[in-house]
Design a protein around this ligand. Structure first.
Ligand SMILES: Cc1ncc(COP(=O)(O)O)c(C=O)c1O
Ligand SMILES: [Zn+2]
Length: 376
């Protein structure tokens, strides 16, 4: 049976619609028994729903789908080394957040929810708004005022109520938590069903690599929903006896906002409070990652690490990816800059998978401003 459990104090809760954190304050995880029937998976259409028995939605009629998932895994070469990159900006709303939103809002529909609130740096809000529109569920999306206008217009186009909050991303989160006292909190950071959508990244990589785990995943980390999803997915595959190992998790942060890097290199259990500087990588500009303890644990358990990249390195990676025909968000350029750094550090023959998580089309003004003034 599905249940919520706390990774810190190990309390358990029945799945319900109001509890979004443990009584001890920690985010909750979801206990669930996934299965991986290969013949059935292969017979299904190329979407993330092909891993149906591993996704915690009870009834098929609850599923909301726009054909999302099973994104291309492109082979690329960096400094003479082969790397595989998931093209996750090809999701319907232009970012990998659709993995989480499709599953979370399908669950909200199954639970009979009529309205949700969510806070985001933009992409998660766009994804939640799109799937809510499909479900006929009302939604209020809270974003920092400085969010790229492409994402704001997108959220409004899906019919969500857009609430722009003056000040930091953290202030936006605090305002939303107040609203979440009365309305279902469809939070990509707090709600564990979101991670049970982002975990499909792992299932797709497993299938596309010939039913094997790669050696390492190089992924961006803000709140870490892709990295934790990948960890959960490979852990489930390992526990089901489908793969031998969970890949090494390598997280990439901007040097201007690096709480997880600081926590990692200082050997801390959680991400420390940091002073946040300016970065063009708005998707990973998270000073207080909600699941910081879990992210650090997962990275250490898999023998991974955290690397940071400068604004100049992000700019160079952005240009290079353009020349390779990929118009990506600066946040995704940060991942590529980190991947290049990891390749330099780590000689040898590791099989490495990374991801292009968001399209550049939504962040045009940030790219233009940065281009004129500074880095891109
Ligand atoms: C394009 C893009 N990539 C990566 C991330 C980082 O995701 P997370 O905060 O879950 O680590 C975000 C978050 O908004 C994003 O928009
Ligand atoms: Zn607890």
């Amino acid at each position: 049976m599905e249940k919520f459990y706390c990774p810190e104090c190990h309390r358990t809760y029945f799945v319900n619609t109001t509890q979004w954190r443990c009584d001890c304050g920690s985010p909750l995880d979801l206990g669930f028994g996934p299965q991986f029937p290969l013949k059935k998976i292969l017979a299904r259409s190329p979407t993330l729903w092909r891993y149906r028995e591993a996704i915690p939605i009870k009834k098929d009629s609850s599923i909301l789908s726009m054909g999302e998932g099973l994104t291309p895994l492109e082979e690329m070469e960096f400094s003479g080394r082969r790397v595989w990159v998931k093209i996750d900006y090809l999701f319907p709303t232009g970012s990998y957040k659709d993995r989480g939103a499709a599953v979370l809002i399908s669950k909200a529909r199954e639970l009979g929810i009529k309205k949700v609130v969510e806070d985001s740096s933009g992409n998660a809000g766009s994804a939640i708004a799109a799937y809510c529109a499909k479900a006929g569920i009302g939604c209020d999306i809270y974003v920092p005022e400085s969010t790229s206008s492409g994402k704001l217009v997108q959220i409004q186009t899906y019919g969500a109520n857009l609430r722009k909050i003056e000040g930091s991303r953290e202030k936006t989160a605090r305002v939303t938590m107040e609203a979440a006292k009365k309305t279902y909190y469809a939070s990509h950071c707090w709600n564990p069903y979101f991670l049970h959508g982002t975990k499909t990244f792992a299932f797709e990589v497993w299938e596309q690599m010939g039913w094997k785990s790669p050696d390492a995943l190089v992924l961006p980390i803000g709140h870490g929903t892709l990295l934790l999803g990948a960890y959960i997915g490979f852990k489930e595959l390992k526990e089901a006896g489908k793969v031998k190992k969970i890949p090494r998790l390598v997280g990439i942060q901007s040097a201007a906002c690096d709480p997880l890097y600081q926590g990692f290199v200082r050997g801390l259990d959680e991400a420390p409070a940091i002073m946040k500087g300016e970065t063009v990588a708005e998707g990973i500009a998270i000073a207080e990652p909600v699941r910081g303890r879990q992210i650090l644990r997962a990275i250490r358990e898999t023998g991974g690490e955290v690397l940071t990249v400068t604004e100049r390195e992000i700019g160079a990676a952005f240009k290079e990816m353009g020349q390779r025909s990929h118009f990506i968000e600066p946040t995704s350029a940060a991942t590529i800059a980190g991947l290049k750094k990891y390749l330099k550090k780590k000689k040898g023959k590791e099989i490495i998978v990374s991801s292009l998580t968001g399209t550049g089309l939504k962040a045009v003004e940030k790219i233009e401003i940065s281009g004129k003034g500074r880095n891109l």
